[in-house]
Design a protein around this ligand. Structure first.
Ligand code: SF4
Ligand code: SF4
Length: 248
């Protein structure tokens, strides 16, 4: 679809049951304001396990290289607002209680941040009447409207700028176990105090990632593949994390 019209009606559906990806600074603000964040980790090996083709440019720019056994993995750490139910800022009338300072991703939705994913109204939370042809064009000839594109570029750039510090914060939190990209993610719910401590230490001391990383998978074939390329395999549960498997 090359042209898409849209105007949000404030139904609040997208503010329920979604963990919202945050920039590093937004993560700190979220936690300082009493919110819980969840950290998702996935990784891949260039030209090997978990590798993908076209989207690699976008993925590579928001990943960070770390050793794993005798191999080198690239890990992606996503810090997100933990929203298993209604977002803590969603008011009873389904309006955002932090509208003027809501996260970047909330400002961008329902547009896509990943340049390799096309905006598809069918899979979005928005009701059908907000896509009507009389509403403002947000996508013209497959290009997002300029004001939306500015926000999307800002989000992509934050992903790239933040990844080193996000991985270093993971390591400070004893998180160095990843799932293989495309097969799952490891997930962690850091306590506020230790997360804020990690944030300060990493950003003030300019601490860089330095640990060797492990990979977790429930899939025997994936574990064999990881072993064959020299990566180390371990259980995220042993370090207080959870493996969310996409494929078993
Ligand atoms: S911060 Fe606001 S816009 Fe974002 S999910 Fe929460 S209620 Fe919705
Ligand atoms: S689901 Fe769509 S229409 Fe409803 S609040 Fe979110 S962006 Fe707006």
């Amino acid at each position: 679809m090359s042209n898409i019209c849209f105007a949000c009606n404030g139904c609040g559906q997208c503010c329920q049951g979604h963990h919202i990806p945050l920039t590093l600074q937004e993560s700190k603000c979220w936690v300082m304001d009493g919110g819980q964040i969840v950290i998702f980790v996935e990784g891949y090996f260039k030209g090997g396990a978990g590798d993908e083709d076209d989207p690699m440019c976008h993925i590579a720019r928001r990943s960070y290289p770390v050793p794993s056994g005798t191999s080198v993995a690239r890990v992606i750490a996503t810090f997100a607002a933990f929203n298993p139910g209604r977002c803590r800022y969603l008011k009873e009338d389904n309006r955002c209680g932090q509208y003027d300072s809501r996260p970047l991703v909330c400002q961008i939705y329902p547009a896509e941040i990943n340049p390799y994913i096309k905006l598809d109204p069918v899979i979005k939370d928005c009701p059908s009447d907000v896509w009507s042809g009389e509403l403002p064009l947000i996508l013209r000839n497959s290009e997002y409207a300029p004001e939306l594109l500015v926000l999307i570029e800002r989000s992509r750039q934050a992903d790239r700028d933040d990844i080193q510090n996000k991985v270093a914060i993971c390591e400070y939190l004893n998180i160095n176990i990843s799932a293989l990209k495309g097969h799952g993610v490891t997930a962690w719910l850091p306590a506020a105090s230790i997360f804020l401590e990690a944030f300060d230490v990493v950003t003030q001391d300019l601490r860089k990632p330095s640990l060797s990383w492990n990979f977790d998978s429930l899939d025997d074939q994936v574990r064999v593949k990881l072993n064959s390329i020299g990566a180390t395999v371990s259980s995220s549960e042993s370090c207080g994390g959870v493996l969310i498997n996409f494929k078993v």
